[in-house]
Design a protein around this ligand. Structure first.
Ligand code: SAM
Ligand code: SF4
Length: 334
């Protein structure tokens, strides 16, 4: 079998240095744009053990992955997930530059100190609204107070908290300026995201699709937005808001394709590596991990992933049409 152990470089000469690892597809919320109320979760026996995830993470670091983001589903609902954070955290400064987490924040208060002690310095918390009624409507759960407490506790523990909000027409659209002002007032950067057609949900996502070009126009009537050279190594483009003194990011998979600078791969909780968030190209790392020659098989699987990573995604919203990909964002973790 021919395989290499060098850095991960795809067919378009993009160096892959960023892994998003979904530690579970399960979640304690049911955001309407993400999943249906009766979400069919993966059978537990198919999900990688935390030891397998650790082994995978180490193999990736050996191939030049420098940043790992744990995500889900909700990463903090996986039992003992902190052990994985601690194990991977030991490689910070030794191959790994950063270990981060994307969370809905409901369990963050309980984990904030342990995350910091394990070497995590930044977390992304998803927060689409500060209105308890709308929070319930959007997430189908009454958990806003816990999320806000999680954000407070994380900040107190020394974690830098960045907020992510999906912009939704007719839902949180009118609240976005207040949400941004609140976040900046508390020292949090905010990134807005366009809703993507991934996985079946109840209702039509397209009804609430809000192009961020329109949001930006609206915000510019109120504030001075100054384009920022800041880059986080991801698809977000930033502005500084003169009046609030805070930074605002825009992730625009639909209105402005950002694939040319893609540096990332995603692995699901069952060890399926998806080479692109919007594509079906994948390799099965679980089979490699559980084979007789895991190191060799993993290296070969990663080489295959580099060969099949597509140049770009082809998202589009169309009324009545199937989603661009049948899998939910909770599987690949965004
Ligand atoms: N549960 C965690 C959370 O909500 O932060 C991590 C996983 S969640 C799938 C990651 C991010 O994806 C969240 O910010 C969420 O708002 C976003 N998301 C989920 N479904 C989406 C969709 N269809 N389009 C755009 N963003 C989506
Ligand atoms: Fe759960 Fe995150 Fe999906 Fe909301 S967006 S249902 S919190 S996985």
């Amino acid at each position: 079998m021919s395989c290499s152990a060098g850095p991960l470089v795809d067919a378009f000469n993009r160096r892959i240095t960023y892994l998003r690892l979904s530690v579970t597809d399960r979640c304690d919320l049911r955001c309407t744009y993400c999943m249906p109320e009766r979400m069919q979760f993966l059978p537990r026996r198919e999900v990688l053990s935390l030891e397998e995830m650790h082994r995978l993470g180490l193999a990736m670091i050996d191939r030049g992955i420098r940043k790992i983001r744990l995500t889900g589903g909700e990463p903090l609902v996986r039992r003992d997930v902190i052990e994985l954070v601690q194990a991977l955290g030991r490689r910070i400064g030794d191959g790994l530059e950063e270990l981060t987490l994307t969370t809905n924040g409901t369990q963050l208060a309980a984990y904030a100190d342990a995350l910091f002690a394990a070497g995590v310095r930044r977390v992304n918390v998803s927060l689409d609204t500060l209105d308890p009624g709308l929070f319930f409507e959007l997430s189908r759960r009454d958990q806003l107070a816990q999320v806000l407490e999680g954000i407070r506790a994380a900040t107190a523990a020394g974690l830098k908290v960045k907020l992510n909000a999906v912009a939704l027409k007719g839902l949180n659209q009118h609240e976005l300026p207040d949400l941004i002002a609140w976040a900046h007032g508390h020292g949090h950067e905010v990134t807005l995201i366009e809703v993507m057609p991934l996985g079946e949900v109840e209702g039509e996502r397209v009804d609430h699709y809000l192009p961020l070009t329109a949001v930006r126009d609206e915000l510019e009537r109120r504030w001075t937005l100054v384009d920022s050279p800041h880059r986080s190594g991801g698809p977000a483009r930033y502005v500084d808001v003169a009046q609030t003194g805070g930074r605002l990011g825009f992730i625009t998979p639909l209105t402005n394709n950002f694939c040319a600078s893609c540096n990332r791969i995603r692995v699901t909780a069952t060890g399926q590596l998806y080479a692109c968030l919007g594509g079906a190209e994948r390799v099965d790392l679980r089979t490699a991990l559980r084979s007789d020659a895991p190191d060799l098989q993993l290296a070969a699987a990663l080489d295959t992933a580099m060969a099949i990573k597509p140049e770009r995604h082809h998202f589009a919203h169309a009324r009545g049409a199937a989603p661009a990909q049948p899998r939910h964002m909770s599987l690949t973790g965004g």
